[in-house]
Design a protein around this ligand. Sequence first.
Ligand SMILES: Cc1cn([C@H]2C[C@H](O)[C@@H](COP(=O)(O)OP(=O)(O)O[C@H]3O[C@H](C)C(=O)[C@H](O)[C@H]3O)O2)c(=O)[nH]c1=O
Length: 186
Amino acid sequence: MRRLTIGDTPIAGVKTIDRQLFRDERGHFGRLFCAETLAEAGWPGPVVQINESWTSRRGSLRGMHYQIPPHAESKLVTCIRGAVMDVAVDLRHGSPTLLGWHAETLSAENGRALLLPPGCAHGFQALTDDVLLVYCHSAPYVPAADAGVQPLDPRIGIRWPVPIADLSERDRNLPSLPANYLGVRF
Ligand SMILES: Cc1cn([C@H]2C[C@H](O)[C@@H](COP(=O)(O)OP(=O)(O)O[C@H]3O[C@H](C)C(=O)[C@H](O)[C@H]3O)O2)c(=O)[nH]c1=O
């Protein structure tokens, strides 16, 4: 069996990555990234930065974030402690699924990760306390390119599963999309 198994989602380029976890009486061992396999899933090049994100409370929500061109990035999100509902939103101009969203439950237990292509905003809600995510990025963080859309925007309509606990000031104030929103040319 392959260490990383790629799955499609209804949004082009958004892929599930199922990680084989080798379990024994000590615990488990699993692969987080494989250039050869993830190239098949559309990963564009080297991993440029790796980040961690720790969220203490169930219900906390982070997102929806993306980097604007020319700093758009692919992102691989892996949950190594706890569980989240992880969400991708399609913001690509001309995409047949523009403003569509897709959610996956990522957890340390299920070993599932989510790969997002450039042009998709990312966010998640913690389904447990004490959640730890690892992010692989295909482009560096550029503060001036750090953009976001409102996670509670009714035009997107993400159904967050549990009552929202913590939401940052920034995320609370992210813009909702205009009625004539056509997406971003990535
Ligand atoms: C994304 C990023 C942020 N930062 C700095 C900027 C802030 O001073 C601090 C916290 O950033 P932020 O409040 O944007 O963190 P989150 O709200 O967890 O956002 C992240 O989680 C959402 C769901 C994502 O998909 C993004 O990867 C990322 O935006 O880290 C960096 O130094 N490097 C980075 O790559």
